[in-house]
Design a binder for this molecule. Structure first.
Ligand code: ZN
Length: 264
């Protein structure tokens, strides 16, 4: 073998060994196709579950789900304290599900001590403070019903004054398109979130799963989605089962389930 040939062989061997060592990682960054796909599709979904505090259908099952859930607990209900404590013990996030007067609806849907438009400023403040005292460990608040109250600037200011003092956020359940919550939160520098999707407005597991797919589409567009479901008559087991059926598949697709406070 002459000198020239030896030189070529050495160069070729060098190129082959370089490719073997770093080639695969140059091509795929050391990650499998599946991992890469997951990374590219990474989105966040926060699942908020309303109407805890009433011993409603699906309460236990919902708290036992193996993903982050934000439990919205109604104050002044039979099991408010018990269920908020249990949710925290199970590693879930808790917020206050404050009953607020709707435009239409029956008074008994609101339970005890709701925020209604006939209250004075002092009475609103007192009820909110009492609710905060009862649901200890709550990170924020959302509205139970409230299509009338979330349009009422006077009342919202009183509610938000307490949230601001306690460093709590507000999630607008968006029961009306005319809510003033977003502009007031901006003005008062209160962290603000709003619902993207209701899971169980139609009472079937099939619909819950359809709405979750809808949330996934929204999350792929803006990076995250906030969904609201229910324990009790409005949701309960169909909601738990719908979530359970979809959560594994979603995680494989790159969905990260997070608490509401971690969404953005
Ligand atoms: Zn509710």
């Amino acid at each position: 073998m002459n000198k020239k040939n030896t030189k070529y062989i050495v160069i070729i061997l060098f190129l082959i060994s370089t490719f073997l060592v770093s080639g695969p990682s140059l091509i795929s960054n050391g990650k499998s196709n599946e991992e890469e796909k997951k990374e590219n599709n990474k989105v966040k979904i926060a699942i908020v579950i309303d109407d805890f505090g009433n011993g409603g259908e699906g309460t236990e099952e919902m708290l036992n789900l193996d993903i982050p859930i934000t439990a919205a607990v109604m104050p002044f209900a039979p099991y408010s304290e018990e269920e908020s404590k249990k949710a925290i013990e199970k590693g879930k996030e808790v917020i206050i599900h404050m009953p607020m007067e709707p435009e239409h609806g029956k008074p008994h849907w609101l339970g005890k001590k709701p925020i209604i438009s006939s209250l004075s400023n002092e009475e609103v403040e007192e009820r909110v403070r009492e609710a905060v005292g009862e649901i200890s460990g709550a990170k924020g608040m959302n509205n139970h019903m409230g299509s009338k109250i979330t349009k009422d600037e006077r009342i919202l200011r009183e509610v938000f004054k307490v949230l601001k003092e306690k460093n709590m956020f507000f999630l607008d359940s968006k029961t009306t398109g005319k809510s003033k919550a977003s502009e007031l939160c901006r003005e008062m520098s209160i962290p603000y979130y709003e619902r993207d999707v209701f899971l169980d407005h139609v009472h079937s597991q099939e619909n819950v799963e359809k709405e979750l797919e809808n949330a996934y589409k929204i999350a792929k567009e803006k990076g995250y989605a906030i969904v609201i479901g229910h324990v009790g008559a409005q949701g309960g087991k169909i909601t738990v089962n719908g979530i359970r059926n979809k959560m594994g598949k979603f995680q494989k697709q790159g969905v990260e389930f997070v608490f509401l406070s971690q969404i953005k």
